[in-house]
Ligand binder design. Structure first.
Ligand code: CU
Length: 170
């Protein structure tokens, strides 16, 4: 009986995952204790939503700098596989909803996006699945330098978001 319950639970959770996936055009990244959006406290620093009306969009690519499939072999031997975000620097206005769309260009490599507050507190962590576009709308409520990381590819796969005050013209 226990086993059946376990199996049903797994079937239901798989079905739910598929439903959630379909609801958001198949691009829903997995969320669990390791992958999450900002909680209530972190949302006071940056709110992150799927839906909304972004005023700007930035596309962030995951680039293979040196990998085993394409080399250079000597570089991979010396440094291991090296990936980078592109761009690595993004300037965003505070209180301006900005869509960040991550394109994971690799067919067989997972990346992720871990965003840290200016005091280095981790605010959120997204999984970026192979050959997948992942979009969220970010509204920052604090100015400052926010570092971001792919936790899989450290120490090299990083970037910075500089949050500036709203323009006075606005
Ligand atoms: Cu990565």
């Amino acid at each position: 009986m226990r086993n059946w319950e376990g199996i049903w639970r797994r079937v239901l959770s798989a079905a739910l995952t598929i439903l959630i996936g379909v609801a958001s055009a198949g691009a829903a990244p997995p969320m669990d204790k390791n992958f999450y959006l900002p909680d209530a406290a972190a949302s006071k620093i940056v709110s992150v939503t799927k839906e909304g009306n972004p005023e700007a969009e930035v596309i962030v690519l995951t680039e293979a700098v040196a990998i085993k499939e394409t080399g250079p072999k000597e570089t991979v031997a010396k440094f291991g596989e090296v990936y980078a975000f592109s761009p690595t620097f993004i300037a965003i206005r505070r209180e301006v909803p900005t869509m960040l769309t991550f394109w994971n260009l690799q067919p067989d490599d997972e990346h992720d996006f871990m965003l840290a507050a200016p005091d280095s507190t981790v605010l959120m962590h997204l999984k970026l699945m192979p050959l997948t576009k992942t979009s969220y709308i970010f509204t920052f409520h604090r100015d400052g330098i926010f570092n971001f990381y792919c936790a899989v590819h450290q120490p090299e796969m990083n970037g910075q978001i500089l949050v500036l005050p709203p323009t006075s013209a606005k």
